[in-house]
Ligand binder design. Sequence first.
Ligand SMILES: NC(=O)c1ccc[n+]([C@@H]2O[C@H](COP(=O)([O-])OP(=O)(O)OC[C@H]3O[C@@H](n4cnc5c(N)ncnc54)[C@H](OP(=O)(O)O)[C@@H]3O)[C@@H](O)[C@H]2O)c1
Length: 264
Amino acid sequence: MAKQIKGTAVVTGASGGIGYELAKVCAQNGYDLVLAARSEEKLNALKKDFEAQYMIKVQVFTADLSEMGQPAALYKFCHVHHIPVEVLINNAGYGDYQPVAKADADVLSNMLDLNVIALTELTTLFVKDMVKQRSGKILNIGSTAAYQPVPRLAAYAASKAYVVSFTEALHAELKGTGVTATVLSPGVTETGFVDRAGMANAGLAQGAQASAAAVAKAGYAAMQKGSFYVIPGVINKLLAFSTRITPSRRLVLAISALVSKEKK
Ligand SMILES: NC(=O)c1ccc[n+]([C@@H]2O[C@H](COP(=O)([O-])OP(=O)(O)OC[C@H]3O[C@@H](n4cnc5c(N)ncnc54)[C@H](OP(=O)(O)O)[C@@H]3O)[C@@H](O)[C@H]2O)c1
């Protein structure tokens, strides 16, 4: 029997990792999908798979969202195709693990264009329509790195601190509109992230890693509840809060520097 469609979820970075799992859980719960990422072949394979398995409609938007104009093009794509967007999931993002003094300025700038600018632009464009229709849900992907400065991931952690602050403030602004904004802050998760960031040898990446499916489920549930944030995993939650209540910033920074060191 065909499921009742709840509207469309736009998911960025849907070709793999947490974004793929978020798209899947949306599909399982009866949302049509717009999947965005750079890998056209992967997205087309997902479209085929999801449409067959979940009897939903999937549209593919292939783009590098860090490029100027691409977030607006994604928004326009939804408008031109009269897609009733009910959910926006800003998941596409990456990190770059090295000291700022060794980093490539173009890489950091590109990372900020994706993690911060594209997310802000997409949120700002889609939220207006959601407020007009008096319904909608936005899920932005932060990180536990957002909760303290992280040496060797300095720009990445700062970009995620932006995502957490931006989304929590937006959540408050949206009170009473029928629209909610939620930020999902995972700890280290088993995806392509660690490789792309070049942090396979980082102390941070040595412990147990959460599964992308579990992280996506926690994010989806919090988004459905309209919570303003979710940090999956008890230890991640405790660590994030301990940095907020520790009176000494110097101590927080020293511990963070120790944890984020390269493993010898
Ligand atoms: N894994 C972790 O440990 C972890 C922890 C905390 C937070 N996060 C956050 O979780 C989110 C998802 O990351 P992940 O762990 O699932 O990493 P991932 O496996 O590397 O997936 C990243 C996704 O983003 C897409 N993407 C990358 N650059 C893009 C661009 N310029 N334009 C459009 N799409 C782009 C990738 O697809 P294409 O390559 O096809 O473009 C892919 O679908 C990110 O925001 C990340 O910062 C991850």
